[in-house]
Write a protein that binds this ligand. Structure first.
Ligand code: ATP
Length: 224
């Protein structure tokens, strides 16, 4: 029998984080609390597969996440994707984690996504393999309803088949379930922050002060 601590679910949180903001931080913090996650591993994408190249380097996005999560004992940073020149895809990332001793094949892994990202999931590389590798926890996000009627057909089918009403179900298997969770609704986005900065407006109180100081010292997001 594995020890209880070997079985506790771990959160996986990937994103572009261009830049990281309080919507991301509250999502991860509230997921850890409401889903009983031992830790949340943040994985900034190196070359994000599904969007244009970000306006700052992968190393700079990584550094901003490092500053944002520093001091939170439940958060940890994974720089492997940033150091990989290939496009970042979620399924190969999860396969990589499953081959490590720390994660192994049995540990419940919970991929954290916002409702907008979940809705677009059928466009991900080998997306159906995802459920062999992890659970998915979908955070509500303003403007993106999560229900079968408003999801694309393929995602709606997976949602109906795999939805579990209790987060406890995540601890019972390594992968394969979908749960949703409520979080403090924050209509902040990285796009909004980039636009504010481009227009010389203040992004204060939308992201951590340490990240703002980094952006200012490196003059990120100030040019088109
Ligand atoms: P952009 O505006 O550049 O598209 P973003 O703010 O959506 O960026 P991402 O790095 O693309 O940030 O998002 C990483 C993950 O965080 C995604 O799963 C996304 O759905 C989720 N997320 C981002 N902002 C919020 C928010 N305000 N509330 C809930 N989830 C969010």
């Amino acid at each position: 029998m594995p020890e209880a601590s070997d079985r506790a679910a771990l959160g996986i949180f990937g994103g572009t984080f261009d830049p990281v903001h309080f919507g991301h931080l509250r999502l991860a913090e509230e997921a850890a609390d409401s889903l009983g996650l031992e830790r949340v591993r943040w994985i900034p994408a190196g070359r994000p597969a599904l969007r244009d190249s970000p306006e700052v380097s992968a190393e700079q996005r990584l550094e901003m996440v490092r500053l944002a999560i520093s001091g939170n004992p439940r958060f940890e940073l994974d720089s492997a994707e940033v150091n990989d020149a290939r496009p970042s895809y979620t399924v190969p990332t999860l396969e990589r984690l499953r081959t490590t001793d720390e994660f192994g094949p049995q540990r419940p892994l919970v991929l954290l996504v916002g409702a907008d990202a979940f809705s677009g999931m059928a466009g991900w590389h080998r997306w159906e393999s995802l459920f062999d590798l992890a659970h998915i926890a979908v955070a509500h996000r303003p403007g993106f309803p999560v229900n079968a009627a408003s999801l694309p057909t393929q995602v709606a089918a997976a949602y109906q088949q795999r939805l579990s009403s209790s987060p406890a179900a995540l601890q019972d298997a390594p992968a394969g379930r979908i749960v949703t969770f409520a979080m403090t609704q924050l209509a902040v986005s990285a796009t909004q922050i980039r636009t504010l900065l481009l227009n010389g407006r203040s992004p204060r109180y939308l992201l951590p002060e340490a990240v703002i100081a980094y952006i200012q010292s490196t003059q990120l997001y100030s040019k088109r």
